[in-house]
Every structure is written in structure tokens, then in C-alpha cells.
Design a protein around this ligand. Structure first.
Ligand code: WTA
Length: 655
């Protein structure tokens, strides 16, 4: 977010009350009701969660609500379940059976609908087929697909067997996929031939081939290929003995696969996310706690009603897609729209036509998309009838008040409440928001804590700061959908989240809380960037760059950007004899895209003779941030080892 945007966010005082008509029909229609529920969730968690999960399927009820032996939390101890019974089987005995679970639209306009009965059948078929391939409880399965209903089928089929899925966003490059397969030791990869993105074919299977050609990925001995585009549009190479087409596999399967009943704390999935070192962290979520978090937040935050058509525009490869396209909506029996392609294909009117065509009532998207639409002008949304919408949501980064107001007026017609939901891959489900029928919202504020969540803004020593003052955002108590560890690296889990502030979970975000108790999240204060809503670790970019033979050292920083929130700027110093220039810039940008993925391509690459360092040799990113933003240097430079380095960098800028 740009400096101006942050300033205006800090001065924002407008309030928007929930429309009376909305509150009248809402699940929670008054602030006092929210407060009573919240209090109960903290003071009587067992009673609260028992009531709120009465519609989920537990084979054995829990005996103990939770156990937090810092830093490890356990929830719903003693319970056994299989999440697919809550997401699928339970709907087959009600009218939901023949209701649309997923309405899919491809980038080229093809549509498909899967009812709950069909989704159940597809899931059981695939689960049975995977079982025949030797997949068992606890095995890891990597899923590398685009936005097709089969990605949900693949996730649920793993869950049916108690296998642990790790979905890798389809925008990641082969090397990033290889690393995730290696780290999780996945036995199998589920992929598709290709996907459409902005009119182009993204060859997913070919990328899997590249990843698996490397010895680090040798754990994956089988590949299942879903044919989405077909032979004419996307030819694939099948490796004999390793690869099998989804349809061939299913031909020999039966739509009968008993769910593997697992313990509450059995791993459900691993999702890799960026942290402050070069290696992405495998965030581990477990069965009961995650399901409960996703289920209860979806129901309340989106105020779900039976006739809603709900659309979360995230990709399933990110946590928002896991919780708010798959597990949360399906466990609630909701109808979800799933769209395959880009928001601006073939033009900037696509989203709004999708809403009109499918009668979308709830839209959940990201500020970066809202800003991009805003920039294109009001004429695009004006071409479609958006009157079906009743609720809007925002996630992924702070929303600047201008974008909030535009979203409210132009998309929501002034009648739809906006929920600004703060949470993280690690938290599994929404931690802060306003409930749409209960609390007023303030543009730019993420509102109040969700049930069972105890956020606080503190100093480094863990002392609460006064209202209105900035500090570190921590969560003081364990919550059901909390990550349980970092896969294979419990030390990193402790260090990353529990060493900065004693006795609580540190989010990595800076925030303040105002006089009304509303939270305002400013953004990451660690070495993680938020570029167009994608979490990118500066260390990952840097290690990608130094793996290039021309680069000696690299430092990545964020620069405020009106559209993307942050733009990625890298400073590199070159090996002796290497010539700087636009050609090398292009090569390095390409190199990062190849190592990580196109979404991580730097916005600017600057060459430096040397990078500013402290006397102990640490790169001073703070100073580089100022240079990248074209700001006067702020703060202390006394620890800088060689002052001339900064002078040179600034001089370069003036040239
Ligand atoms: C940021 C995405 C402000 C924050 C669900 C967090 C937000 C990181 C908001 C997690 C919001 C997410 N307002 N900032 N409503 N939502 N963030 O893991 O910095 O991809 O720590 O999870 O996004 O990103 P992640």
C-alpha cells in the first residue's frame, strides 16, 4: 500500500452501519448478539463449539475441548471423523442432495454444474481409484491443477482416505513444485493436461514432467492426469508405468469408498507459504480443528443462506481457496461459483457478467483486484446487472478506503455490507472481521475478533499498547484451526511464531486497535512481501537470484504500489567481469519467473556495486526500501559499514 494510502487509512473515521434490511434477516443481526456469542466462545468454549458444530459429522464426540501446551495446540481431543462426511455424505439425506455444489465456468465460457450427489460420486470414484494405486492414510499427495471442479474432487478424495494433500498453486514453476514434492515426500501427483489463463494454455502436466525429472522429486512415483483441454489443445507426454489418465483410472473404480475415520488431530493438509528464510514452510493443518474453523466462519461471516450463490475468486492453490471454496462452503451445503480464468479475459467486464449470469449473491475477492477494476472505470460494472449481490468480502491485504468506498458503491450499489477479513495461511480460517448484519464497518479496518480468537497489539516485550498506537499483532490463545507445526521442522515453527513475543502466537503483522476496539492491520513487518495479494518471501527471491551465475549478492524489498499494494524491487551486485544492462535485467527477471513462478517476477531490478550492510554483515533492507521508494533515508544509518554504498545507490537513481 502506498504511503498516501496508509496515511488516509489511519485518518479514516467513516462508519457504515449494516443496512436494516440485511440485519433483519441475518444470522447475527445485532452487535449485542455478536458480543454475547463471542463472550461465550471464550468463557465456555466447550458449550459454544458443541452447539456450533452440531451440524458436522463426528463418528465419536470429543472428550476434551482443547489442550495448549505452548506452542502446540490440540483441539477436540478424543473425537474421530472424516471431513468428507461433513462436506458430502451428510447432504445426501437432505434436499441439498440435488443442489448445485459447484457451478463452474471455463475461461472460454463453457459451464458445468456438479450437484452434491455428483460431487460425492466423483469423490468416491477417485478415492477408490487412489486406494487401488496404493494411497493410504497419512500418505502425502501433491495436487497441481488449475481451477476446475476436479481440484476439489482431488482434495476431497485424499481426505476420504486420510491421505494428506498438498496443493501447489498452478502458477508455480517446476523447481518450486519439485521442492514441495521433496519436502512433503509426496508419493503421487494429481495434475491436469493444461488450463486456460488469459487465452493461453498453461501446460501443467509438462511442468510436472520437468519437476519429476529431477532426483529431488523421486518420492513421487505415480502421476494422475485429468484431461481438461483434450489432445487437440494440449498434447501431453505420458510416461509408461508412472502416468495414468484420470478417466482410465476411474473406469476401473467403484463409487463406493468407505471413509477412513481418523483422529481429530490427524493431518488434513500441508500448504506451503513464504516465510523469512529461503525455504517455504509447510503449514500443517489437522482434521477437526481446521474443519470447525472453516465451517463456522463461512456460516457466520458470509451469513450463508440456502439460496445463496457464493463466489470466492481466489485460486484453490492458496489458503483462501482451501477454506472458502472447498471446506467451508461444502461443509455448509452452499452453492459455489468456480471460475477458471483471468478477471480481465476477454475484457474487464468478465467478473460482472459472471455475477449477472449466475446470480451471484456473495462476492469474496482481494483488494488488488478491486483496485485494478477501479482503475478501468465504472463503465465495465455498469454494463451488467449486479442487483443479485447482497454481501461483499475482501481478503489478502489491507484495503485502502478509496477502494473500499468504490467497492461499496459501484459493485455493492450501496446496499451490501462489506466484510474485511483478516487471517493467514497459518490461522486456517478468518480471525477478524465484522459480522455483516451485526457490526458497523469502517473502511480499511478489519474489525473485531471472530469467535474464540483473542488478538492484541503489543510491544516487543509483549505489553499491550494504548488504543490508537501501533505495535505487533499477536493472538493470545490457541484457536481450533491453528496450524499445528511446520511440516518436518518443528524448530522453525517455534522460532517463527513463538519466539518474538513470549507466550503467544506472533502473526508477523503490524497493527493498531482503535477506541472502538476495531483492528487496523498495516501489513507485514517481517521479511515477507504482499505483492498483488501473493505472499512472497524476500529470501526466496534472493536465493533464486544468487543461483544465477552472474549474481554475487541480492536483496529484495517492497516498494509501495497503487495497484499491487507492494511492488517487488531487487538490488543485485554482480560477479566480477559481468556487464550490467537491460539485457541482463530481462534475463534475471526471467530467471526468477522460472525458479519460482511468473507471479514473483521482479517489477524492477537495480544493479549496485555493493549492497548496504551492517558491520556484522547483514544487508540493511530498511535503507534499500527507502531507495526503492525514492524516499529520503529515514532512521539510523550509524550501523552502516560503508556509507559510500548508499551515496552511490542514490546517485544512480538521480542519473
Ligand atoms: C495479509 C491470506 C490486511 C496479512 C488469507 C497477513 C491482510 C497475510 C488481510 C496472510 C486483511 C490478509 N487486511 N491484511 N483483511 N488479509 N492480510 O497467508 O499481512 O496468503 O499476515 O493468507 O496477508 O497472507 P496469506
Amino acid at each position: 500500500m502506498s504511503q498516501d494510502a496508509i496515511t488516509s487509512l489511519l485518518k479514516e473515521t467513516r462508519r457504515f452501519e449494516p443496512p436494516a434490511e440485511f440485519s433483519r434477516r441475518a444470522r447475527v443481526g445485532a452487535q449485542a448478539t455478536y458480543e454475547a456469542l463471542y463472550r461465550e466462545s471464550i468463557e465456555q468454549p466447550d458449550a459454544f463449539w458443541r452447539r456450533e458444530t452440531s451440524d458436522l459429522v463426528f463418528r465419536t464426540p470429543w472428550t476434551t475441548i482443547s489442550d495448549w501446551s505452548l506452542p502446540h495446540a490440540k483441539w477436540f481431543l478424543g473425537a474421530t471423523l472424516n471431513v468428507t462426511e461433513s462436506c458430502l455424505d451428510r447432504h445426501l439425506t437432505t434436499a441439498t442432495k440435488n443442489k448445485a455444489a459447484i457451478i463452474w465456468e471455463g475461461e472460454h465460457g463453457a459451464t458445468r454444474t456438479l450437484t452434491y450427489a455428483q460431487l460425492h460420486r466423483e469423490t468416491l470414484l477417485l478415492a477408490d481409484a487412489l486406494k487401488r494405486l496404493g494411497i493410504e492414510k497419512g500418505d502425502r499427495v501433491a495436487i497441481y491443477m488449475g481451477m476446475v471442479p476436479e481440484v476439489a474432487v482431488a482434495m476431497l478424495a485424499c481426505a476420504r482416505l486420510g491421505a494428506v494433500h498438498t496443493v501447489v498453486f498452478g502458477g508455480f514453476a517446476a523447481d518450486a513444485l519439485r521442492d514441495r514434492i521433496h519436502d512433503s515426500q509426496a508419493k503421487l501427483v494429481i495434475t491436469q493436461d493444461g488450463a486456460y489463463r488469459r487465452g493461453q494454455v498453461v501446460p501443467l502436466k509438462a511442468t510436472v514432467d520437468k519437476a519429476l525429472a529431477q532426483p529431488e522429486a523421486k518420492s513421487a512415483t505415480r502421476v494422475v492426469v485429468y484431461q481438461h483441454l483434450g489432445k487437440e489443445r494440449c498434447e501431453v507426454q505420458m510416461t509408461e508405468g508412472r502416468d495414468v489418465f484420470w478417466h482410465d483410472l476411474l473406469a476401473g473404480a467403484a463409487p463406493a469408498c468407505e471413509p477412513t475415520v481418523v483422529d481429530a488431530e490427524h493431518p488434513l493438509f500441508i500448504l506451503y507459504t513464504s516465510g523469512s528464510t529461503g525455504k517455504p514452510k509447510g503449514v500443517l493443518h489437522t482434521t477437526a480443528g481446521y474443519l470447525v474453523g472453516a465451517h463456522v466462519t463461512t456460516k457466520y461471516v458470509f451469513d450463508l443462506r440456502d439460496d445463496d450463490v457464493y463466489w470466492c475468486t481466489a485460486d484453490v492453490g492458496w489458503v483462501t481457496g482451501h477454506s472458502y471454496i472447498v471446506y467451508g462452503p461444502l461443509s455448509n451445503g452452499a452453492t459455489c461459483l468456480m471460475y477458471e480464468g483471468a478477471p480481465n479475459f476477454p475484457d474487464w467486464g468478465r467478473f460482472w457478467r459472471l455475477i449477472e449470469k449466475h446470480g451471484v449473491t456473495i462476492l469474496y475477492t482481494a483488494p488488488t483486484a478491486i483496485r485494478a477494476f477501479m482503475r478501468q472505470g465504472d463503465e465495465w460494472p455498469a454494463k451488467s446487472d449486479l442487483s443479485s449481490l447482497r454481501l461483499l468480502g475482501s481478503v489478502g491485504e489491507p484495503i485502502n478506503p478509496e477502494a473500499w468506498i468504490w467497492y461499496h458503491r459501484t459493485i455493492g450499489g450501496g446496499r451490501c455490507p462489506i466484510v474485511d477479513t483478516w487471517w493467514q495461511t497459518e490461522t486456517g480460517s478468518i480471525m477478524m472481521t465484522t459480522l455483516p448484519g451485526a457490526s458497523f464497518s469502517k473502511p480499511g479496518s478489519t474489525g473485531l475478533p471472530m469467535f474464540g480468537v483473542v488478538p492484541e497489539v503489543v510491544t516487543k516485550d509483549g505489553k499491550p499498547v494504548a488504543a490508537g498506537e501501533g505495535g505487533l499483532l499477536v493472538l493470545k490463545q490457541a484457536w481450533p484451526s491453528m496450524l499445528r507445526t511446520v511440516w518436518g521442522d518443528d524448530d522453525r515453527f517455534r522460532k517463527q511464531y513463538f519466539s518474538d513475543v513470549e507466550g503467544c502466537y506472533f502473526t508477523g503483522d503490524g497493527a493498531r486497535r482503535d477506541e472502538d476496539g476495531y483492528f487496523w492491520v498495516v501489513g507485514r513487518i517481517d521479511d515477507v512481501l504482499n505483492v498483488a495479494g501473493h505472499r512472497i518471501g524476500t529470501a526466496e527471491i534472493e536465493s533464486a537470484l544468487v543461483s544465477h551465475p552472474s549474481v554475487a549478492e541480492a536483496a529484495a524489498v517492497g516498494r509501495p504500489d497503487d495497484l499491487k499494494g507492494q511492488a517487488l524491487v531487487v538490488f543485485v551486485s554482480l560477479r566480477p567481469g559481468v556487464k550490467a544492462g537491460p539485457e541482463l535485467q530481462a534475463k534475471l527477471a526471467e530467471h526468477v519467473a522460472k525458479e519460482i513462478g511468473k507471479f514473483a517476477r521482479p517489477d524492477a531490478i537495480r544493479f549496485a556495486d555493493a549492497l548496504p550492510k551492517t558491520r556484522s554483515g547483514k544487508i540493511m533492507r530498511r535503507l534499500l526500501k527507502d531507495v526503492a521508494a525514492g524516499r529520503e533515508l529515514t532512521g539510523d544509518t550509524s550501523t552502516l559499514e560503508d556509507l559510500t554504498v548508499m551515496a552511490k545507490l542514490r546517485q544512480q537513481e538521480e542519473e
